[in-house]
Design a protein. Structure first.
Length: 273
């Protein structure tokens, strides 16, 4: 694990500084990274993939658990530093340089059937990456991600919550999610202006959530996008191009309700219409 002074020395020695464009805020508190590793519940026999490994503080904490760790880093300059850190402290970690949004995930994860993703994700990629992995990479059956607090609230929100939206429904379709902790700005280098949330996401064991059984996912999420695309309108208006009012009523849903009030089960009922 890296302390603030060690992280600063590493960056200075390589003439680097955190990239604002890449949303780089490095965790530099050993207690925090050990806490994240503990909440991820990983240990010997587990295969862990970390996205945005940065300077390697969380990477080292994950390696300390005895799990087999694959660290992904998009910034080639940081990857050079990380390679040095790992060579000295955790040579068993596999380092992969690449953009997590463009990786060949089946190839990357080909060494095992089940993986845990643990990551400190920058704001600009956090939500799309989590949703893409839920959609397309079933080998990842658990995640523990640190994201900006507002992004975390959107991932776990339920009907009528202020943060409830398309990401909330997508996560609920694939997994059970909850905020398991918060992290203040003081443990980062540089310090962000916002708090972070630790979000646990556990994929449903047998495919989509039981309440969505029998609903075509393309139809379901076409409805969700239409509803939240005009979230201030009643469903009979926002869904008019996809379902008439009688079909909404036949699904057991109030045509005068708004998207933010519907549970996953209700979206599924609409999709079956």
């Amino acid at each position: 694990m890296l302390t603030p002074s060690e992280a600063s020395r590493l960056l200075a020695a390589h003439g680097r500084s955190p990239s604002r464009a890449l949303g780089q805020n490095f965790v530099v508190d050993p207690n925090t990274v050990r806490r994240i590793a503990r909440l991820a519940g990983v240990g010997p026999g587990d295969h862990v993939v970390e996205v945005g490994a940065g300077l390697g503080s969380l990477t080292l904490a994950l390696a300390e658990t005895g799990a087999e760790v694959t660290a992904v880093e998009v910034d080639r300059h940081l990857a050079e530093i990380l390679r040095e850190v790992l060579a000295e402290r955790a040579p068993q970690v596999r380092l992969v340089e690449g953009d997590a949004m463009a990786l060949d995930w089946p190839e990357l994860l080909g060494g095992a059937d089940r993986w845990v993703l643990v990551a400190n994700l920058p704001y600009n990629v956090a939500t799309p990456l989590v949703l893409d992995l839920l959609d397309d990479v079933p080998a990842i059956d658990r995640m523990l991600v640190m994201v900006q607090k507002e992004a975390g609230e959107r991932l776990v929100a339920g009907p009528a919550d202020k943060a409830y939206g398309i990401p909330s429904v997508k996560v609920a379709y694939h997994a059970a999610a909850s905020v398991v902790g918060t992290v203040g700005p003081n443990v980062f280098l540089p310090k962000p202006k916002v708090e972070s949330a630790l979000v646990s996401i556990v994929r449903h064991a047998d495919g989509p959530a039981p309440e969505a059984a029998g609903a075509d996912p393309e139809r379901l999420f076409a409805l969700v996008r239409a509803g939240f695309g005009q979230r201030r309108k009643m469903l009979r208006r926002s869904l008019a191009d996809l379902l008439d009012e009688a079909s909404i009523d036949a699904a057991g849903v109030d045509p005068q309700a708004r998207a933010e009030n519907l549970s996953l089960a209700q979206w599924a009922a609409l999709a079956r219409q």
